[in-house]
Design a protein around this ligand. Structure first.
Ligand code: B12
Length: 213
């Protein structure tokens, strides 16, 4: 394990008071909220590792998620919010695929994309393929973001891409995948168009897609 920042360490140790105080301090010092999120991410990875090593259990995973969500409440107002593109109808649909209920990363991506001016339709977690298809039909959105945190839902991500193709909508939409275990190989396996390594990469990809029209 590389050297963790104080903030990441506090989150890893589930030290609620210290963690939230450090977030407040960093915001007061006008540190970049995206950098703060990155540090939190590093802490969450360590929580995941402790869980893999059977040193933490589901209750600790859940508590770490609560802490992250508390921090996000503080960070959200600083993530920028220009609603200019909302009227122009540039829509991004996003959701965590069926079988997976992790939503922290998906929510951050949704927030950042919305903050960059797109209209985000967040379908939530454990979203069946049909729901994505239905929403794409209804809105005509040109971008779909799929989130997955579990290796065993990769086939489900592929199923979403295949269902979109079967519904005749594959030409209409560019599909981005994201979530910690995803990579280029997973993207190829699913037949998606882009892999976003983090939420800001997701924003850049949305901009690429919508500006290349
Ligand atoms: C918190 C947590 C939980 C919480 C989730 C709470 C919640 N509301 O999300 C709870 C307790 C519910 C949970 C449950 C489980 N979990 Co869990 N969990 C985690 C943990 C510790 C942190 C995840 C997290 O929030 N990270 C922080 C966020 C910010 O990072 P992120 O999601 O990667 O998102 C960033 C990018 O990836 C990107 N991104 C994400 N999605 C998208 C989408 C798009 C479109 C874009 C553009 C970008 C993008 O943007 C974010 C910011 O940059 C991870 C550990 C880890 N290493 O990640 C394990 C982990 C993911 N969980 C794991 C497991 C095994 C489980 C359970 C199966 C445990 C069990 N036995 O029951 C269950 C599964 C439940 C289910 N069906 O989904 C494993 C998965 C192993 C694998 N790869 O298959 C991990 C890796 C832990 C481990 N090391 O074993 N978990």
């Amino acid at each position: 394990m590389g050297k963790l920042s104080e903030l990441a360490q506090a989150l890893m140790e589930l030290n609620e008071f210290k963690f939230l105080e450090l977030v407040d301090e960093k915001l007061k010092k006008k540190e970049d909220p995206l950098e703060i999120i990155k540090e939190c991410n590093a802490g969450m990875v360590e929580v995941g590792n402790l869980f893999s090593e059977n040193k933490y259990f589901i209750s600790e995973l859940m508590f770490s998620a609560e802490l992250f969500k508390e921090a996000m409440k503080k960070l959200e107002p600083f993530l920028g919010n220009s609603k200019t593109k909302e009227q122009s109808g540039e829509i991004v649909i996003i959701g965590t695929v069926e079988g997976d209920i992790h939503d922290i990363g998906k929510n951050i991506a949704a927030n950042l994309i919305e903050g960059s001016g797109y209209r985000v339709i967040d379908l939530g977690v454990d979203v069946p393929a049909e729901k994505f298809v239905e929403e794409l039909k209804k809105t005509g959105a040109k971008v779909l973001g799929l989130s997955a945190m579990l290796n065993f839902v990769f086939p489900e991500m592929k199923n979403v891409v295949d269902s979109i193709a079967e519904a005749g909508l594959r030409e209409q939409v560019k599909i981005i995948i994201g979530g910690a275990p995803c990579n280029e190989q997973v993207r190829k396996f699913c037949g998606a168009d882009y892999y976003a390594k983090d939420a800001s990469a997701g924003v850049t990809i949305c901009q690429e897609i919508y500006s290349s029209e």
